[in-house]
Write a protein that binds this ligand. Sequence first.
Ligand code: 4GX
Length: 257
Amino acid sequence: MALHVDIFTLFPEMFEGPLTESILKRAQEMGALSIGLHDIRDYTTDRHHTADDTPYGGGGGMVMKVKPLVAAIEAVVPPGEGVPVILLSPQGRVFTQAVAQELAGYGRLALVCGHYEGVDERVRELVITDEISIGDYVLTGGELAAMVVVDAVARLLPGVLGDPDAPDKDSHAAGLLEHPHYTRPPQYRGLEVPEVLLSGHAARIDEWRRRESIRRTWQRRPDLLLDAPLTEADREFLYTLAEEEIKRREEATDDEP
Ligand code: 4GX
């Protein structure tokens, strides 16, 4: 199914580069993805086109005004159709591949990019239906976060990635880090491509890749193993990794003076 994303921002020009290059460009050309960019300032009604104001209660900083934001969203997003209206903010639920998959199931989305200290709380109460954070760090605005969301969701839309058998679309590899990859030449500065990959033995290659995925995940992101769908053979390999690690630690302790 195709996806339409409406983006509300004070800086629509920021989106031009990322959306008009590479895969996101192709996704739009092939009709899988369409994007509406909406300048919140176009919905101001005062002489100076004021989109932000000082906070009630003081304390400094600026807050995005309720009227232009609500007017913009209500002018563009059809009411009562269940279109998610998502605010990008550090206070949102954390964006993961599972959230990207969830969003890729909609036909239409709206992304709202805040700036400064954020938005008047009544924007949330009136029009926001969901709030997403792309991670626990502070950006200067929601625009880059919105682009991350569009990028991660777009590549999940049918037909956008050429190969429907792309390795990470395979549920078998879901939730694990990728195994190492190699391409020609077979030797470079004394570094060799693992023999098994040159063997042409498909079953042994699959097993090697699976084990290297598990090894990497164990070394770098052991938290992911809690949710990854693992076979009994995967678990046995994990036990050998754990046993090797215990041996290494015992040897290190034996070496102590
Ligand atoms: N993942 N920021 C938004 C302003 C703001 C604050 C509150 C709405 C409500 C961020 C993130 C992020 C900084 C973008 C604060 N807007 N967005 N901005 N991390 O850090 O999404």
